[in-house]
Design a protein around this ligand. Structure first.
Ligand SMILES: Nc1nc2c(ncn2[C@@H]2O[C@H](COP(=O)(O)OP(=O)(O)O)[C@@H](O)[C@H]2O)c(=O)[nH]1
Ligand SMILES: [Mg+2]
Length: 317
C-alpha cells in the first residue's frame, strides 16, 4: 500500500456537484435542512472521525483505508488509538476503538469505559461517528440491542452525527446494499435511526473513490448539523456506564436470590412430599396388617365350619 494518499481525480471539491447517498428520499424532511442549500456546506479542511462497532467488524481496516496508511493494527486491540493524516488537502483524524464483544456477558465496565474514552481523545469533538457494521455477518435483533445499548451511552444526540459504515462489501456479490438493507429488519431500523446515512466499503480494495464518497456524506451530515461537532459531556457518559453496570449487578443479585429461593422451595416441597409419602406408606402397612389378622380369623372360622360339615356328612362323631 502506498505510504500516503495523493489526491484522486474524483476527489470532492467545493462547488462541485455531489451525489446524494442512496436511500435519502423518504426521511429527507426529517433529516433537517437540505445540506446542499446549507451555508455550512463547505469543504471541511479538517475532519475528525471516530469508529465504533463490534469487535472484528472492520474498524481498524476502515481507519487504514481512510488514512491510506497501515496505522491501526488488525486483531484484538484493547485500547483506543488516534491517528492523523493528510488526505488530499485536508487533515483527517481517525480515532479507532476496541469495540464491544459479540457476547454481552463478556462485556465489562472497564471495556465500556475504554470505548467511550475515544471521545476524550478529541477535545473539540468529532465531525462524524462511523458505526461499523460488517456485511458478512447477520445483523440480528441481538446485535441491534447491543449496538443501541453501547451507542446510547454517549447520549441520544449522538445519532445526529452518526453514519452507518458497512464493511465487507465484497461479500455481497449478488445483491445491492439497498436490497440487503431492505431484507433485514434490524438493518432497516439502524439506517432509519441514522436518517438514511450510510456508506459501504470494501477494505480489501484500495479504492480511493470510496473514501471520497464517504467524506462527501460526512460533509452533508455536518452541514445538516449546522457545522456542529459531536462533543458529549464525558461526566454524563461515564455516569451512564456506572448506572448500566449497577443495573446489571442488581439484576444478577436478584437472579441469584430468586434461584436460591427457588431451590429452597423445591427442597421444601420434596421434603413435604417425602413425609406425606411415608405417612401414606405407614397407613397402608397398618391397613394391610389389620386386614391380614381379620383374614386369618375368617379363614379359621370358615375352616372349622367346613370341617364340621364334612364330618357331619361322614357321620363321624
Ligand atoms: N473481505 C473483507 N475483509 C475485511 C474487510 N474489512 C475488514 N476485513 C477483515 O476483517 C478482519 C477484522 O478487521 P479489523 O479491521 O481488525 O476489525 P476491528 O476489530 O473492528 O478493528 C480482518 O481480518 C480484516 O482483514 C472488508 O471490507 N472485506
Ligand atoms: Mg481493531
Amino acid at each position: 500500500m502506498a505510504a500516503f494518499y495523493s489526491r484522486p481525480a474524483d476527489f470532492y471539491e467545493p462547488g462541485k456537484e455531489t451525489k446524494k447517498c442512496g436511500r435519502r428520499s423518504h426521511t429527507e424532511a426529517e433529516a433537517g435542512p437540505d445540506p446542499e442549500e446549507s451555508p455550512y456546506r463547505n469543504k471541511l479542511e479538517e475532519m475528525k472521525i471516530v469508529l465504533l462497532g463490534e469487535r472484528s467488524s472492520g474498524k481498524s481496516s476502515t481507519g487504514n483505508i481512510i488514512l491510506h496508511k497501515e496505522v491501526f493494527s488488525a486483531g484484538q486491540d484493547e485500547q483506543c488509538s488516534k491517528e492523523v493524516g493528510q488526505v488530499g488537502d485536508r487533515q483527517v483524524t481517525v480515532i479507532d476503538t476496541p469495540g464491544w464483544r459479540r457476547e454481552s456477558s463478556c462485556s465489562t465496565e472497564q471495556m465500556d469505559r475504554e470505548i467511550v474514552r475515544s471521545l476524550s481523545l478529541s477535545e473539540s469533538g468529532v465531525h462524524a461517528v462511523l458505526l461499523v457494521v460488517p456485511l458478512d455477518l447477520k445483523f440480528t435483533e441481538t446485535e441491534k440491542v447491543k449496538l443501541e445499548e453501547h451507542v446510547n451511552l454517549f447520549g441520544a444526540s449522538i445519532w445526529k452525527h452518526t453514519l452507518v459504515l458497512f464493511t465487507h462489501e465484497d461479500k455481497l456479490p449478488n445483491k445491492s446494499i439497498e436490497e440487503h438493507i431492505e431484507r433485514e429488519e434490524s438493518l432497516r431500523w439502524l439506517v432509519d435511526k441514522c436518517k438514511n446515512r450510510y456508506h459501504s466499503m470494501n477494505n480489501r480494495k484500495s479504492d480511493l473513490s470510496q473514501v471520497t464518497k464517504l467524506f462527501e456524506k460526512i460533509e452533508e451530515m455536518v452541514a445538516a448539523n449546522t457545522g456542529q461537532l459531536f462533543c458529549p459531556n464525558m461526566n454524563d457518559v461515564y455516569q451512564r456506564i456506572s448506572e448500566k453496570f449497577c443495573r446489571i449487578q442488581l439484576k444478577n443479585v436478584l437472579k441469584q436470590r430468586l434461584e436460591k429461593e427457588y431451590r429452597r422451595r423445591e427442597l421444601e416441597l420434596m421434603s413435604n412430599f417425602k413425609t406425606t409419602l411415608l405417612e401414606l406408606q405407614e397407613d397402608l402397612n397398618e391397613t394391610t396388617s389389620r386386614s391380614d389378622t381379620q383374614g386369618f380369623r375368617e379363614y379359621h372360622t370358615l375352616r372349622s365350619y367346613h370341617s364340621v360339615q364334612y364330618r357331619g356328612m361322614l357321620h363321624i362323631k
